[in-house]
Ligand binder design. Sequence first.
Ligand code: GLA
Length: 736
Amino acid sequence: MKSARWVTLALFSIVTLSLAAPAARGDIQYFPERKVWVLEAGETTYAFGVNERGELQSIYWGARVAHGADFQAAHARGEIASFDISTTTTPQEYPGWGAGLYTEPALKATYADGNRDVVLHFVDQHLDGNTLEIELKDIASALQVHLYYRVFPETGILERWSRIDNKTDQAVTLESAQSAAWSLPQGEGYGLHYLTGRWGAEWQLHSEAVQTGARVIESRRGSTSHQANPWFAIDRPDQTTEENGPVWFGALGWSGSWRFTIEQSAMQQVRVTGGFNPFDFAYRLKSGEQLETPPFYAGFTNGGMGEASRILHRFERQSILPGGENAALRPVLYNSWEATEFDVSETGQLALAERASKLGAERFVIDDGWFGQRKTDHAGLGDWYVNPQKFPHGLKPVIDRVHALGMDFGIWVEPEMVNPDSDLYRKHPEWAMNFPGRPHTESRNQLLLNLARDDVRDYVFQWLDQLVTNNDIAFLKWDYNRNWSEPGWDAVDTADQKKIWVAYVHNLYDILDRLRAKHPKLEIESCSGGGGRVDLGILRRTEEVWPSDNTDALDRLTLQDGFTHAYTPGIMMAWVTDVPNGMNGRSVPLKFRFMVAMSGSLGLGGNLNKWTPEELQAATEYVAYYKKIRPTVQRGSLYRLIAPEGSEFSANEYVSRDGRQGVLFAFLHSQRFNTPFPTVFLRGLEENAMYKVQAIDAQQLPDMGNVSGAYLMHHGLDLKLRGDYDSTSVTLEKLP
Ligand code: GLA
């Protein structure tokens, strides 16, 4: 057969060099005689086509099938009985609700004249480099949908999103606008993994069988939420382990309300549909208007849950996070929130800064309490002037001293909120999100500013810009401490008020984007009472996240393990705080706390004034150790060796990008019956290379000379850990 690629070249309206070049690791091919597209990237192939009715039909998602021409034309599935007609048994790439669709629609709309039937058929295609655009149109109206498919050659991640264009002459209200529907190979026996939580207990990993029916994971809260995170993984529990077997996984880039519907039909068709949460959703498009849905990223691997995470981590570092793979390493920071809470002052902060710099901190962050009349959480949000009682000389002397101590300076802000007890609220009560004439539900004594309003957006941008322009600020900890209630927006037409769910997030992104463009060196942490706003949308605009207000090291092991299923450990800020821990009263040794925090982006969060000379000395050594392994932890490949949940032991290993360094962290939570620590089998090393193996405390390892990668991976390490809360870190340096 003539190479499909040449046929493609003649047909695509936009052709780029990458298409003509040999398919390295990523390629989009079109087989026009069959109307089939085959997308190849990394280890994955994804295929779909146009069936005889004109619908865009899913064909394949799984391991790489290098011979794209193998994929046959799409044929609509037949009806099973008069109750399961072909339009519902045929897996579509982006089904509109119409014609007889009983599964989850990707698009549901009502026209101004009352028509609610949307049937989308293929019209055209365009290819631009690694992005394929498919144009669909309703069979009877000029309602258009553009589907986008973008392949990331190195990781094999496929990004999908849609744009709905109202080219009709009447208004159309969208009631559900999803980013994509992902169909898995037909059959039973899938398992679903997802993350849920609550304040102080985020990142709980759940695994359950995919059952016939629909399983919904969502946030209706206006933001990403603690309650569920927009990530999923689906495996074959009878074949898949941490290190082997098929996993289909995905994550949404959206920081507002979202929903995933994981469906298994009675015909054993499994699919995941995700995008804007349709709850309370109504997005009116006037004639000529359009709406773009958030990016939904997905991938496939045969390398188990571990490899699924490593692919996502790499993708996040390469293609999501600001600065790409060579972004600056996360500095070791100090933050006094747990030490002082709202009681911040020039002298108090400077005393802590002196100590923090001696320990090796590189960034000093003033948390909540520095502004307005903020003595507790009852007042001050909205009034972003420096509190003159706490900082009589302004921020400048503090920042200058922090710089003189060799650190850069960061500060806490919560720009989207207002306390009713604030000058801002007294001046602009109408800026708070509310339904006029109805009560406001307060949470932590605060209300949300309605960021969907452009005047509020501009006000927020303007004070943040001034704060960063007038002070040498390297870092903002951007907090967000409540969920939505009474989401009214009476400044716009009644028919447009529900657009608040989308407009708010667009304006949030706009503020962050403008601020970053104007202050290119500024770094931002996304915090929402801990990990309530972590997703691939906010991560395009923030360097790191605060995963939880729970800093108890034992709880953190589980939280961090859950976190790494979806997100790269390098962005996971982790403080060493004081004991007994404020949240649960648990006391664990300083070393254990450091080992846990070093598994992400190390921070210090204790009251250093109370640390003993011995603790300060040990901390200085741990910080210095972290700096030596930091590139491996933050940019390397993570191998989850022993999961902490339900176990008395846990261990994680990181291998640097160039393979020269491996770092192991191992934790004995509580030793029972004198049970020895299980042998730790390392991963990701070179079988034939020799490694120098060193534990942070030499007596925790048996005497050994340099050993091979094969020995470390197959014989493994027998660590000498004892009692409660023992821990170690081991480095593996590859010999030249
Ligand atoms: C949230 C954050 C904390 C701290 C407080 C300040 O809870 O998660 O780290 O900044 O707000 O009020």
